[in-house]
Ligand binder design. Structure first.
Ligand SMILES: [Zn+2]
Length: 407
């Protein structure tokens, strides 16, 4: 794989790596074929030449938890209480206005924005409710197909609740229909169910039968009695299930007593469950009922990492009733992991690259000879500066080709 750069069909010249080394990266056939100490060049006009001076090279970014079907709804749907149920109720009240074509248009816009930031892998949940049926699933599957040249997408059916008892029959049928429609991942919100443990068992069995990963909206609250994450770890350990599981949010773990946190983190590590923290949205939604000792809407990131849990980070909602802000930039998310999660910058980048890929069950990508030529050049001298400035001067390289020069 160590071909000389002269035979490459593209070269990034003079780019800085996170290590500080300044290198030339040669690409051919969609792969990185050579990385060597940068040397001066006589001409920069040849086809495939990219001037990487003043840029830092980062592995392609990952968005492991998005809601593309709800993107850019802030101006159309209010959330008067500002909390989770205010957002959910707002969406439900406006459901009829969210047509298929409208959803495809907004999701496409969000996907293109994320691509321009440097995202090349995304997992998006799609609201799958009795009222909306499979409309959002079909819309996001369409966007997935149309966007495959710029981004790899997984669509997760976010099944409504309840999933248990007689009242849950329609949602259970819908979950099976979503699998048949071709979703990549199954998901749901056990903590909002009448019977959280029962809902979890159903989702586990369904994922197992269908052979798809499970990604839960787990414990998205600050209640001490919310136990989705522990139930999930117990279920996986007791059944020996091989279903790949990601638990998103896991906010309530952040308010548990320390002994409970350690007990649960040990189980989560043993069960190989990835935790996806979503700081932007949860710092916005949770803790609104308190004025003192306000809990952070954040899972205990450092504690989970110390127990060996794979922790990834996502943006969750973007400019909708759940989060009026957000710009589709994993570097913004990683910045919150630094500031609110107390993770060092060198580690925080992994939550939106390597760890996020692991949570999604896709192969790792790094900047090394033989790896796919999928990476991001961002105007910065150091990783810390990239996270601080989040420069919009970016060059996205995918399969060895330049996708975008500017946002
Ligand atoms: Zn979510």
């Amino acid at each position: 794989m160590n071909s000389p750069s002269s035979s490459a069909d593209g070269v990034v010249h003079g780019v800085r790596l996170i290590s500080g080394d300044v290198v030339d990266i040669a690409m051919s056939g969609g792969l990185i074929v050579d990385i060597k100490k940068s040397t001066p060049v006589a001409s920069r006009q040849t086809e495939g030449f990219i001037d990487g001076r003043e840029y830092l090279a980062l592995p392609s970014l990952v968005e492991p938890h998005a809601h593309l079907d709800k993107a850019f709804l802030s101006e159309r749907i209010d959330n008067p209480t500002g909390d989770l149920m205010g957002a959910i109720n707002g969406i439900e009240a406006a459901r009829e206005s969210l047509t298929y074509g409208d959803t495809v248009e907004r999701a496409t816009r969000a996907t293109q924005l994320m691509s321009s930031r440097g995202v090349q892998s995304i997992r998006s949940h799609a609201d799958t409710t009795v009222d909306s049926g499979l409309s959002n699933v079909h819309a996001l599957l369409e966007v997935k197909g149309q966007s495959s040249s710029i981004i790899d997408m997984q669509v997760a059916a976010l099944i409504g609740w309840p999933l248990t008892g007689a009242r849950g029959a329609d949602n259970r049928a819908l979950a099976r229909a979503a699998i048949a429609a071709g979703v990549d991942v199954i998901g749901g919100c056990p903590h909002l169910d009448d019977d959280p443990a029962g809902a979890l068992r159903f989702l586990f069995e369904l994922a197992s039968e269908a052979g798809v990963p499970l990604d839960l909206h787990a414990d998205e609250n600050t209640r001490l009695d919310s136990s989705d994450l522990e139930h999930c770890a117990d279920l996986k350990l007791s059944t020996g299930s091989t279903v790949a599981v990601a638990a998103s949010h896991c906010v309530s773990l952040g308010v548990q007593p320390e002994d409970a946190q350690h007990r649960i983190a040990d189980k989560v590590a043993a069960a190989s469950i990835s935790v996806i923290t979503l700081p932007l949205t949860n710092l916005y939604l949770q803790g609104r009922d308190r004025t003192t000792h306000v809990p952070r809407g954040l899972t205990p990131v450092s504690l989970l990492r110390a127990h060996g849990v794979n922790v990834a980070a996502g943006g969750d909602n973007m400019q909708d009733p759940f989060n009026p802000l957000g710009k589709g930039d994993p570097l913004e998310t990683a910045g919150y992991v630094v500031l609110a999660g107390h993770v060092l910058t060198d580690d925080a980048i992994h939550t939106v690259t390597t760890n996020a890929r692991q949570a999604m069950g896709v192969a790792p990508v790094d900047i090394s000879v033989g790896a796919p030529a999928d990476f991001l050049l961002i105007r910065a001298h150091t990783l810390r500066e990239a996270l601080a400035m989040q420069s919009t001067e970016r060059i996205v390289i995918r399969r060895g080709q330049r996708l975008h020069s500017r946002l």
